[in-house]
Design a protein around this ligand. Sequence first.
Ligand SMILES: [Zn+2]
Length: 398
Amino acid sequence: MKYRDLNIQTQREAPNNARTEGFAFLVRAGYLTRENTPTQLGGVTLNHLRNLSSESSFLSQLSLPTMGNDSESFFPIASGPIEVAHCPNCKYTERLELARFVKTPWPKEDELPLEKILTPDSHTIEALANLLGVPKEKTAKALMYTRVSDNRFIFVVLRGDMQLSEAKLKLQVGDVRAATAEEVERSGAAAGYASPIRLKDAMIVVDDLIPQSQNLVAGANETGYHLKNTNHGRDYSAEIVQDLIQAKAGDACINCGNPLSVLSTISLATRKDYDFQNMLLALAETHHDGKGLTLPHPSAPFDVYLMQVPGKEMDTRAKAEEIYNNLQNAGISVLFDDREERAGVKFNDADLIGFPIRITVGEKGLKEGMVELKPRKEKENQLVPLEKILEKTISILN
Ligand SMILES: [Zn+2]
């Protein structure tokens, strides 16, 4: 293709809304608008990636530092909207809300008798633990929902020091919404002092740590009162016992026990499909230097940036056209910068746009039967005899 056909507009300055260097270069090099919409060049690049994706080892060909699991691949980037838990040791990776980790039970105790205690102004776990002088690990946290599909009241119990992952709860029971005050009252629970004991028509769902936790302080279903020494199995039992907890940075990896990191990412691929625009951003983020993009083969939309420098005596353009046709006929993808611009402008644009190889056809070289060939990631030009261009190009790409 030719430069002018694609109507490429490069820019000198990074857009002021750029949150990452990769995005800034994609805008400056004319792949994306400031509003993150693909331009013609961007569209050609996305199509190119789509064509490549029919190959089975596609993702691994892209030279990207991805992380993932059987169902999804992610690319870590500060501006990414998806939080994942990642183990630097064994590479376990999962969306944060679904990540599993090793929980440490409180040391086992003998079950003690239930005891109702006055606990005024203690409707948070924090206040309750302070008032009673017990660690949060010895309290039970209650959360109340209503299942959307059938309005079933759902009472969730977690250890007081932990946070619910609604995503994990929904995997167990389906879609839920917060229970209304009326629904809470109807179940026999008391907001702020709720307990899973002696409820009416409630589905009790507990985190898998609860059956291993003895003598927890829980609400008494009576405002101002709590129960000491509640025990799952003896005082109430759950319909569902499953992992319901939201992982956080530092939790122990479920596979190897190392501390998990939490990273911001974008999703590149799920089992069903690829996100090519995220892939383009990941490529730009991974492959750039101070001058622009340095896209590798085969992810670059074109392998060669071909340009001619107008001569005083010779028709460099005709020779460049000839090289353009020869390379294309040999299956090399070429963008021909056919503009009447100064060499410096074209060099800058070639660096910004970042294809693997730049070939420059100039009068001085042509007089000796040579063109300049420059791999984007190398500093120096090579002078290559005209008849060796194809061979040299192929050897650099492979
Ligand atoms: Zn691990």
